[in-house]
Write a protein that binds this ligand. Sequence first.
Ligand code: ADP
Length: 225
Amino acid sequence: MRERKKDELREVEAKVGIIRNADGSAMFRDGNTVVIAAVYGPRSLPKFMQDEKKARLRVYYNMATFSVPERKRPEPGRRDIELSEVIRRALESSIFLEKFPKTVIDVFILVVQADAGTRCAAINAASLALADAGIPMKGLVSAVAAGRANGEIILDLDKEEEDAEDAVDCPIAFFHNEKKITLIQMDGKIKLEDLKKVINLALKGCSKIYEIQKKALKERYGEEK
Ligand code: ADP
């Protein structure tokens, strides 16, 4: 049973600089969903893979075998490949990729614990990890889902809510500096007027997450970043 208000996020935690070997890294926790992201780059690429005009952004989304109650098969499945691509698209316009032609920036995402909302937590962690790597960015990208469960429009569905019979889940990523939605997806059927409420609720959630992300960066770097 939901103990939060309808427009309340789960308990959110963000931490930057958690993996020493990476150029940049971050952890993002949304309730029982925990994701880590590690960034390597910009680094060189074999010539045939280079883009003359900009850096290539590669994203690898993966779930740990122990992240869900039933063991997750370790090799990337169709869902992992699709999520890697939508996360890449959600992030790419926030980075000055043209500053590093012919190179690659790799973003590795590992879902440590999954309780719905992993693609959004992944975007939040990855955006922080890119900033931590010192990669020139236009700004941060923040993401959260809103939707419907048990007849109510709610923010940030957990797995139990996502499994409700009437569930609708609409993850949204928002790139604040350009006021642009960079990811929007939807599972389930909903009336247009309710969809508008869902989108507005998710956008309010993104603003709250943005504040938490900025706080995590300030905690590591002080006010200058
Ligand atoms: P998201 O995690 O972005 O909400 P989905 O809607 O595809 O993406 O997945 C919802 C939730 O279902 C996941 O967060 C996770 O809790 C669970 N889930 C996804 N894939 C698996 C899997 N292979 N095994 C068990 N649970 C899974």
